[in-house]
Design a protein. Structure first.
Length: 652
């Protein structure tokens, strides 16, 4: 019975019925006969590729079925490929949000397998899709990830194209300086392939950026280089616009003669475009005229064929009599006259033949319609069965995901409750130890010997350290779940307020603060205040052995720094500064410092920035941090040396 269905489907495919494709049906038949899961996945992938344009929903069904088998067999490479194809399918339909989800799943697979090639492909797809969604901050993060991979692989062409994308993203955010920087880096990376459209497009981008930044000399130079390279490559771009922009830049820098030539070239290209458009319209009109003449000629030929039928030299024409047909005598033959009786017999014979012919046609059409109907019924049955199976699987998956989400939320609540309970539960004993030790010291101060006094002091210090450590851990957990509220913050004014509070807290110490003026940053005000308070307080704490504490807070380009003349530490120990609960042998109570450093690192990472430190034993420490995703060219260790700081020399 199945063979009969397959033959009917083949017949429908030969008749070019648009709803069923022959190759698609043959693959579906092959899919039903296969038992090997690897072969089934390959066939499903082919079906998805064939149906992605005409029937994207069916293509998505086959891709999801192949993905289920790939996850079952733990085939990460094939699962990655399927997620990429699903993303492209959604992207073609304009569903960019769903495309981002598919591409990010592909990126997760690439990260788990640690495959740099797959990572770069996925990161670029995610970045491009976020750019289409105009979420340029997130797009920049993924482009930077791809950039790091290409730097490690020394893939200059891909690196240049990625840097160009980063520059275009910053340009869309109107961050001109960052956009110029990345486009210049893209030119350096693309230097080995100058004869390429990417190189020319980067030159054009720089021309536009420098024009917007009022640097018209550089703008004219880059526009000139870009238009020359486009003409050399014979690229299809808007030369009229490029020459117009070049002329505007040349005019603004006083090169009026060169500007006139550029404007003239822009007019010529605009005229050529108009002529080209006119030629296209003329060609379309001629095509329409030819089609009309062909249809008229066909109609005339049809009329002529109906009026006259020629056989050799004899022509049969209709006479004035409606009762007989005459054949002109062209060979001295006698005239033959057909009577109405003969005409009636001949007419009956023709009618019988026509009826038989129509019966055959109707019977054939009936059989064909029956075959088409049975084929459709079989297809609907198969699709319904597959859809039910997929629906059941998706329902089970949805239920599992919902259960996992409920479990995660429960665990989060339990963890939060545990943190609060731990903080409160340990804070009370620590406070009791501190209070009781003070009472013991007051009551037995005269009777305790030197060693007992030492032990009592150590107990009090430990209680104080425990309280500080608990507060730091609690603050660290709070910061991790704190939502960002970005706005413009005067970080110089904030730092001066914090330094004034610190000076009032330690009136007996000689403390000299220097804060750079007019430092403005786009950030969360509360988190930045906590970051600065920690950095400045740590700097003050580790300068307590010095007779004069000197602390400097400033900015170089986009890098902020906090520098002190404290005790410092070995450069090798800087590697563990931001690792959880690592300790330095020479630093007391470093656990509190480490937790506060983890809190600071979390704050900086929430702002897509970086934090690091440079220090030397007995020569002070400098903490550097950024609050955006702009890359750091170098750590400038020599520049930030304490002996070279002009502010330190002035204050000393």
């Amino acid at each position: 019975m199945k063979l009969f269905y397959f033959l009917l489907i083949g017949l429908v495919g030969l008749l070019n019925i648009p709803t069923i494709n022959a190759s698609t049906d043959s693959l579906q038949v092959l899919l039903d006969t296969l038992s090997d899961e690897k072969q089934r996945m390959e066939v499903m992938m082919q079906l998805g590729m064939q149906l992605k344009e005409d029937s994207p929903n069916q293509a998505l069904v086959y891709y999801n079925s192949a993905l289920i088998l790939a996850e079952k067999q733990v085939n990460d490479s094939l699962a990655f490929q399927i997620h990429i194809r699903i993303g492209k399918l959604f992207e073609a339909e304009g569903k960019n949000n769903k495309a981002v989800t598919a591409y990010r799943k592909a990126a997760e697979i690439a990260d788990n397998t640690n495959n740099s090639i797959l990572q770069s492909i996925a990161y670029l797809h995610v970045g491009d899709t976020y750019s289409m969604l105009q979420k340029f901050d997130i797009a920049i993060i993924y482009f930077i990830k791809a950039k790091r991979i290409f730097e490690n692989q020394n893939s200059q062409k891909q690196l240049g194209q990625t840097l160009k994308k980063i520059g275009e993203s910053y340009q869309a955010q109107n961050r001109i300086d960052a956009a110029i920087q990345y486009n210049l880096l893209a030119l350096d990376a693309l230097a080995s392939s100058k004869a390429s459209e990417h190189f020319a497009e980067t030159l054009e981008n720089l021309g536009t950026l420098y024009f917007d930044n009022s640097e018209y000399t550089k703008s004219a130079s880059y526009y000139n280089r870009s238009v020359r390279l486009f003409e050399q490559l014979k690229a299809e771009v808007d030369y009229g616009y490029l020459y117009q922009q070049l002329g505007e830049a040349q005019k603004l820098i006083g090169e009026h003669e060169a500007a006139g030539k550029s404007f003239k070239a822009a007019e010529e290209y605009a005229h050529l475009e108009q002529e080209k458009d006119a030629e296209v319209l003329k060609f379309k009109a001629l095509e329409k005229k030819d089609a009309d003449s062909i249809s008229k000629s066909t109609a005339i030929d049809t009329v002529c064929e109906e009026d006259s039928i020629g056989i050799g030299e004899e022509t049969y024409t209709g006479s004035d009599s409606s009762l007989s047909w005459t054949i002109p005598n062209l060979s001295n033959k006698p005239t033959i006259t057909q009577t109405p009786i003969n005409n009636t017999a001949k007419s009956n014979s023709n009618n019988a033949k026509n009826i038989a012919m129509w019966k055959t046609i109707v019977l054939g059409l009936g059989i064909l319609a029956l075959g088409i109907l049975l084929g459709f019924l079989w297809c609907i049955r198969q699709y319904k069965r597959k859809w039910q199976e997929l629906q059941k699987y998706m329902e089970s998956k949805d239920e599992k995901l919902l259960q996992q989400n409920r479990d995660i939320k429960t665990l989060e609540k339990e963890l939060q409750f545990f943190n609060q309970a731990l903080y409160k539960g340990l804070q009370i004993p620590a406070t009791d130890v501190k209070v009781n030790s003070n009472l013991l010291r007051e009551k037995f101060n005269g009777s305790l010997d030197k060693e007992g006094t030492k032990y009592m002091t150590q107990i009090q210090k430990s209680a104080n350290n425990l309280e500080g450590l608990l507060s730091a851990i609690f603050n660290f957990q709070q910061i991790k779940h704190y939502p960002l509220q970005l706005k413009e913050v005067n970080i110089s004014r904030m730092a001066k307020t914090i330094t004034a509070e610190l000076k009032s807290r330690y009136p007996k110490r000689e403390i000299r603060f220097w804060v750079q003026e007019d430092m403005i940053v786009q950030a969360d005000e509360e988190l930045v205040r906590l970051l600065l308070a920690n950095l400045l307080h740590n700097a003050l704490k580790f300068t307590q052995k010095n007779p004069i504490a000197i602390i400097e807070f400033g900015k170089k380009e986009h890098i902020f720094y906090v520098k002190d003349n404290g005790e410092g530490f070995n450069p090798q120990e800087a590697k563990v500064m931001f690792e959880t609960f690592e300790s330095l042998k020479h630093t007391k109570n470093f656990e509190q410092l480490t937790v506060s450093l983890l809190s600071m690192q979390t704050i900086v990472e929430k702002h897509a920035g970086t934090i690091w430190t440079v220090s030397q034993k007995e020569k002070g420490t400098t903490f550097f941090f950024t609050l955006d995703a702009t890359p750091v060219k170098n750590e400038a260790k020599d520049f930030w040396n304490l002996s070279k700081s002009p502010h330190f020399k002035l204050m000393l």
